[in-house]
Design a protein around this ligand. Structure first.
Ligand SMILES: CC(C)(COP(=O)(O)OP(=O)(O)OC[C@H]1O[C@@H](n2cnc3c(N)ncnc32)[C@H](O)[C@@H]1OP(=O)(O)O)[C@@H](O)C(=O)NCCC(=O)NCCS
Length: 207
C-alpha cells in the first residue's frame, strides 16, 4: 500500500469531521464521517475506489481519467488541490487508520491541461474526482461530500462552484441538477474520449 504525507492546513480542520449516521442499503446503519485526506491514508485504496466508482461510465464506453488512473496520478492529483474523504468507522479494515474510505472529492484541483473558460473566472471555484464506493451509493454520501465542498468554496470567497462531467452520463447530470447545478458550457479535455459538460451552482452567501 502506498502511503503519503501531507500538510493539513487549518481550514481542513474547520471542515471536519462531519459526523452523520447514514441509513445504508446494506441493511444496517453505517457510521460515516468526512474529513481531509490524512498522511496515513492509502492512495492505493483511493485509486481502487475511483476505479470501482467510475466502472459504470467505463462500461458505457467512456474513458474518464479517474476510472483508469495509476496511483501516481492519484497522488499528483490529490496534492494539486484539497482532497476530502468519507470514511466508514464500522467496516472491518486492516488499514493504519482503522477506517474504510468509502468516498472522496477533490476541491480546487490545479490541472496541467487547459481548463474550461468558466473555471478561470475569479468568482468560480471547482471540484473534481467525486466518487462513492458502489456498495455505499444511494446513502447520501455523495450529498455529504458536495455539502462539504460547497461550504469550503463559500468560505474561500467563491460565488460559484463548478464541475466537469461526462456529457453522455444523463443519470449523473440529473443528480447534479437536483442539487442546484446548471449547465454552463461544453469542454473537451485532451485525455478523454467524450465531450464534458461544465455545470455550476450559485453559492448562497454565508448566513
Ligand atoms: C455520483 C455519486 C458520487 C453519487 O454518490 P451517492 O453517495 O450515491 O449520492 P447520494 O446518495 O447523495 O444520492 C444518490 C441519488 O440516487 C438515489 N439512489 C437510490 N438508490 C441508489 C443506489 N442504489 N445507488 C445510487 N443512487 C441511488 C438516491 O436516493 C439519490 O437520489 P436524489 O438525487 O434524488 O437524492 C456516485 O454515484 C458515484 O460515485 N458515481 C460514479 C462516479 C461519478 O460519476 N462521479 C461524478 C463525476 S463528475
Amino acid at each position: 500500500m502506498k502511503q503519503m504525507s501531507v500538510d493539513i492546513p487549518s481550514e481542513s480542520r474547520r471542515a471536519g469531521p462531519v459526523r452523520v449516521d447514514v441509513a445504508s442499503d446494506r441493511g444496517s446503519s453505517a457510521n460515516i464521517t468526512t474529513r481531509r485526506l490524512a498522511p496515513s491514508d492509502s492512495l492505493q485504496e483511493i485509486t481502487t475506489l475511483l476505479h470501482r466508482a467510475y466502472a459504470k461510465q467505463v462500461a458505457m464506453g467512456l474513458r474518464p481519467l479517474a476510472g483508469r488512473q495509476s496511483v501516481d496520478i492519484t497522488e499528483k492529483r490529490v496534492f494539486s488541490g484539497e482532497c476530502y474523504v468519507a470514511v466508514d468507522h464500522e467496516a472491518p479494515v486492516q488499514s493504519r487508520t482503522g477506517q474504510k474510505i468509502v468516498g472522496t472529492i477533490l476541491f480546487h484541483e490545479v490541472e496541467e491541461s487547459k481548463g474550461p473558460p468558466w473555471f478561470e473566472k475569479p468568482e468560480v471555484a471547482s471540484f473534481s474526482q467525486l466518487a462513492v464506493d458502489p456498495d455505499y451509493q444511494g446513502c447520501g454520501i455523495g450529498r455529504m461530500l458536495l455539502d462539504l465542498v460547497e461550504s469550503r468554496a463559500r468560505d474561500s470567497g467563491a460565488r460559484e462552484l463548478g464541475l466537469s462531467m461526462a456529457e453522455p452520463d444523463r443519470e449523473l447530470y440529473e443528480f447534479y441538477i437536483r442539487r442546484g447545478y446548471r449547465f454552463v458550457e461544453f469542454w473537451q479535455w485532451p485525455y478523454t474520449n467524450y465531450r464534458s459538460a461544465i455545470l455550476s451552482k450559485t453559492l448562497a452567501p454565508k448566513a
